[in-house]
Design a protein around this ligand. Structure first.
Ligand SMILES: [Zn+2]
Length: 411
C-alpha cells in the first residue's frame, strides 16, 4: 500500500486502520503478532489501532491461539453480531428489506409489493416506513446500524446516490441517498441492483477469491455487474454492464428502449413469455397451456421451467434458445473483458442445465482461445438472497475501505 503518497497523519492512520480491519475480517481470527507480520506495521502501531477498535467494540478478543514458544497469543475477530446493516433491494414488482450483521447474515427481512402507478415520492415514503418497521421489529439501537445499502434497478448515479432512471417503474431522479440520510442520520449507499449483486457474490457468494468477475442477472430485465481488481466498474456514465441492450439480432423484436433485437427482448421474462405465446397462438400443444389454464398472461419463467422438467418440448426449446442467446452475449463479454469467472443469477438461473448447458456450449464453440474456453460459468451462490446481500455489501465495502472515516464525518 502506497502510504508514502498520503501526507496527512490522520489519513495514514485510517489507512492502517482499514488495513488491519480488513485483515481481521478476511482471516476470521488472528493475533496481533500475525497482523504485524502480514501488514508490516510495527507492533506498537498494531497494538494502538487494535486498542481503538476494541474500544469501539468493532473488534473483540476471543480465545487464545496456538503458542509459538512463548505466551499463547489472544486472537482477535470482528464483532460482527454487535453491529447491523440495513439492505434494501428495489425490484420491478417488489421491494425487499433486511437487517443483517457484519457478515451479511440476514437476521430479519420483509417484502412489499409495489404498483406500476406508484410515484417517486410514494416509493421513498414506503421505503422509509418499512425501514422504521424493520428497526422496530428487530429491536436494535439506531447507533448500532452502520448504514443503509440500496440496490435499485435501472440507472443509478452511485456517487451522488441518485436513482437516475428506473425504466420499469418509469421513475426519474430520486435522490435516495440524501433523503434517507436526512431521515435516519445514517450513511446511505445507492447502487444499481445488479452491480450490488456482483459485489455480494464477490464477498459472500460464488465470486469469493476472484479479483475479476462478471455477474449477470436475468429477470424482468437483464444486466451485468462487472468487478475488476476487486472494484466495481461503472464506465463513464454508469452504463457499463447494461448488456440487456446489447444487440444480438439486428432484425429482432423491438425493445422497450426503442432499439431492435436487444438481448433483453429475447431472453428476459417478456422474451420467454412472447416466445411461448407465439407458438401457443399457432396452435402448438404444450404443457405450458395446461399449467396456465389457457391464460397466456400467466406464462412465466417459473412455469416454463416446470413444463421443461416434465419433458415438454416447447418449454425445453424456449430455454435452450434463451441459453444460446445468453451464450452469444457472454461470449462477447469474454472477448471484451476476458473475466476468469461469470456468475448467472436471477429467476432464470433456476432453470439450471436446461439453460446453462446450451449457454456453455455456445461460449465453448465461439471462444477464441483455449484459455477463453476455460472461463468458469456458474450459478449464483447467493440465489434469492443476492439482491439483499449485495445491498448490504455496499456498506461493508465502505466500512472496510479507506473512505469510511471520512464519510462518516460528512454525514
Ligand atoms: Zn433495448
Amino acid at each position: 500500500m502506497a502510504n508514502h503518497v498520503i501526507g496527512s497523519f490522520q489519513l495514514m492512520k485510517s489507512l492502517n486502520r482499514s488495513l488491519i480491519l480488513n485483515i481481521i475480517r478476511s482471516s476470521g481470527m488472528i493475533s496481533r503478532a500475525e497482523i504485524a507480520k502480514k501488514t508490516r506495521l510495527t507492533p506498537p502501531t498494531v497494538t494502538n489501532i487494535v486498542h481503538e477498535l476494541l474500544n469501539e467494540e468493532l473488534v473483540i478478543e476471543g480465545q487464545t491461539g496456538p503458542s509459538s514458544g512463548g505466551r499463547k497469543p489472544i486472537m482477535l475477530r470482528i464483532n460482527s453480531r454487535n453491529f447491523y446493516i440495513i439492505g434494501v433491494d428495489v425490484g420491478v414488482k417488489k421491494v425487499r428489506f433486511a437487517v443483517t450483521d457484519l457478515n451479511a447474515e440476514i437476521l430479519m427481512k420483509s417484502i412489499v409489493s409495489i404498483s406500476e402507478r406508484m410515484t417517486e415520492e410514494e416509493l421513498v415514503k414506503l421505503i422509509i416506513k418499512q425501514i422504521y418497521t424493520l428497526i422496530d421489529k428487530a429491536d436494535i439501537p439506531r447507533t448500532k446500524i452502520m448504514g443503509i445499502g440500496i440496490g435499485m434497478h435501472g440507472i443509478v448515479d452511485a456517487e451522488r446516490g441518485i436513482s437516475i432512471f428506473a425504466p420499469n417503474l418509469n421513475m426519474k431522479n430520486i435522490p435516495l441517498k440524501s433523503m434517507l440520510e436526512a431521515e435516519f442520520m445514517i450513511p446511505v449507499k445507492v447502487e444499481n441492483d445488479v452491480r450490488a449483486m456482483a459485489l455480494g457474490e464477490a464477498w459472500f457468494g460464488s465470486g469469493i477469491g476472484f479479483e475479476d468477475l462478471i455477474c449477470i442477472n436475468v429477470g424482468y430485465g437483464i444486466g451485468a455487474g462487472i468487478i475488476m481488481n476487486n472494484k466495481l466498474f461503472r464506465g463513464r456514465h454508469g452504463l457499463a454492464g447494461e448488456i440487456g441492450h446489447t444487440v444480438v439480432d439486428l432484425n429482432g423484436p423491438r425493445c422497450t428502449c426503442g432499439s431492435y433485437g436487444c438481448l433483453q427482448t429475447l431472453t428476459a421474462h417478456d422474451g420467454l413469455k412472447s416466445a411461448a405465446m407465439k407458438e401457443i397462438i399457432l396452435g402448438r400443444r404444450t404443457l405450458i397451456s395446461e399449467l396456465t389454464e389457457g391464460d397466456v398472461d400467466k406464462i412465466s419463467g417459473k412455469i416454463i421451467h416446470q413444463a421443461a422438467k416434465s419433458g415438454d418440448d416447447l418449454a425445453i426449446e424456449i430455454l435452450q434458445t434463451t441459453g444460446k442467446y445468453l451464450g452469444a452475449a457472454i461470449s462477447n463479454l469474454v472477448h471484451v473483458l476476458n473475466p476468469p469467472k461469470i456468475i448467472i443469477g436471477g429467476g432464470i438461473s433456476k432453470a439450471g442445465p436446461f439453460l446453462l448447458d446450451p449457454l456453455k456450449e455456445v461460449v465453448l464453440k465461439r471462444a477464441l482461445s483455449e484459455e477463453a474456453r476455460e472461463t468458469i460459468i456458474v450459478e449464483s451462490g447467493l440465489g434469492d438472497r443476492a439482491g439483499l446481500v449485495g445491498a448490504v455489501t455496499l456498506i461493508l465495502e465502505d466500512m472496510f475501505s479507506l473512505n469510511y472515516e471520512n464519510r462518516r464525518q460528512t454525514v
